[in-house]
Design a protein around this ligand. Structure first.
Ligand SMILES: Cc1ncc(COP(=O)(O)O)c(C=O)c1O
Length: 429
């Protein structure tokens, strides 16, 4: 089995981290690596090991690390001040770009993280309908708020629509505010929406849940049922926004929600996120329009931060170039097809699930359409695969490959060589 080479200097930083950080880390990944720098589609650790980077900062670095255009835009703004709390032109310009790109977006409200974006999207839905409950899907991830961390990864799936908290520290009462439905089961989801319409404010969904694509007709059924019942349909596009298409998953799948949560790519690697939606919903952020008693309160110290807006705008300019998404999808497809071929070569029951800009592998050959199906896959094999690719010089998340526009066909071929050895190691167990 391959092992990562760790220098004394990197080991010392990891030891210092254990002194001052709970569990010795930032809480984001299970593996122990200290990254020193990144350029394009690669990063280097403090031991000097080079990695093909398919973690990409967990998604934001869609155009690669330290892209010269993004760096120049950030440096120009940093020299003019970092944050002002009041409007700045770059923040206005980025909102104009989001409104022009994202089908559901007529107005934009900035936040600093994806967790805040989904949190305020849900609050907006409640203010709009004057009801308290939100429906989400089992296995769906919407960040870290008390409302989002319900039945995201239940150890023992319960009966729908009963929610189960995913973390300690959530008040008992919150569980009753969230209804859980099975992803990709349009019939059950629609009947729950109709049955609970008097108490529901809206439905929140990842259009592609983790790496599970929507079955044909599923998102359309949610769209129709929420519209019929007068409640908000919220797409969590924190991952998919500007990654699956310039207009996000709502463009790729052709279903337009009322509200969407955006993050990651729009900040170009800096802390910036947003709620975007139609005027009928976004007006609840405006007390002058709906009255103070009906309005959603929302203030954030760094909202619309000009450095992050500069990085986001520069990133979007790169994505607007001819062929950017064609190349991204071609690289991702090459990777997905190559992995599938490796499983056949080594005789392993495994599959690749997702869309070319973002996918993962599941060690099962049974069809996977929801959380319970994904939970049947062999997690120990995935962990071994992940450890082996890391040792071989490929960085990925515990449950995701993110592809960037900086990755070339040659990079993908190199990545597949690393994966070949990792799949062989898994097959040998
Ligand atoms: C679908 C989805 N929603 C929300 C979030 C939370 O975003 P953040 O980590 O910026 O709070 C994430 C983070 O990965 C996500 O994948």
């Amino acid at each position: 089995m391959a092992e990562r080479n760790v220098s004394d200097a990197e080991a010392l930083i990891a030891a210092r981290a254990r002194n001052v950080l709970p569990a010795g880390g930032f809480g984001n990944v299970t593996f122990d690596v200290v990254i020193r720098e990144g350029r394009g589609g690669r990063v280097w650790d403090e031991s000097g090991n080079e990695y093909l980077d398919f973690l990409l900062g967990s998604g934001p670095m869609l155009v690669g690390h330290a892209h010269p255009d993004v760096t120049a835009a950030v440096q120009a703004q940093v020299a003019r001040g970092s944050t002002f709390f009041v409007n700045n032109e770059l923040g206005v310009q980025l909102a104009e770009e989001i409104v022009a790109a994202v089908p559901c977006a007529e107005k934009v409200r900035y936040l600093s993280s994806g967790s805040e974006a989904t949190f305020y999207a849900m609050r907006l839905a409640r203010a709009h309908r004057g009801r308290g409950k939100i429906m989400k899907f089992e296995g769906g991830f919407h960040g870290m708020s008390d409302y989002a961390l319900m039945s995201m990864a239940p150890a023992r799936p319960g009966n729908f629509p009963q929610a189960a908290p995913d973390t300690a520290g959530i008040p008992d009462s919150v569980r009753d505010e969230i209804l859980i439905a099975p992803f990709n089961d349009a019939e059950t989801a629609v009947s729950l929406i109709r049955e609970h319409q008097d108490e529901l404010a809206g439905v929140i969904v990842e259009p592609l849940q983790r790496m599970i694509p929507p079955e044909p007709g599923f998102l359309e059924a949610l769209r129709d049922a929420t519209r019929e019942c007068g409640m908000a349909l919220i797409f969590d596009e924190v991952v998919t926004g500007f990654r699956f298409a310039y207009g996000g998953a709502q463009e790729l799948y052709g279903v337009v929600p009322d509200i969407c949560a955006l993050g990651k790519v729009i900040g170009g690697g800096y802390p910036l996120a947003a709620v975007a939606g139609g005027d009928d919903f976004m007006k609840y952020f405006d007390a002058a329009e709906v009255g103070a008693e009906n309005a959603v309160k929302q203030i954030g110290t760094l909202s619309g931060n000009p450095v992050a807006a500069a990085a986001g705008l520069a990133t979007l300019q790169i994505l607007k170039r001819d062929g950017a998404y064609d190349d991204l999808f071609a690289a991702g497809r090459q990777f997905m097809d190559g992995l599938t071929a490796l499983f056949a070569k080594h005789g392993l029951a495994a599959q690749v699930l997702g869309e070319p800009p973002m996918f993962d592998i599941l060690f099962t050959d049974a069809p996977v359409t929801d959380y319970r199906g994904a939970a049947q896959s062999d997690g120990a094999k995935l962990k071994l695969f992940n450890d082996q690719v890391l040792a071989g010089g490929l960085l990925k998340g515990d449950n995701k490959f993110y592809v960037s526009t900086a990755h070339t066909g040659a990079d993908i071929a190199e990545a597949l060589d690393i994966c070949d050895r990792a799949v062989a190691a898994v097959a040998a167990t």
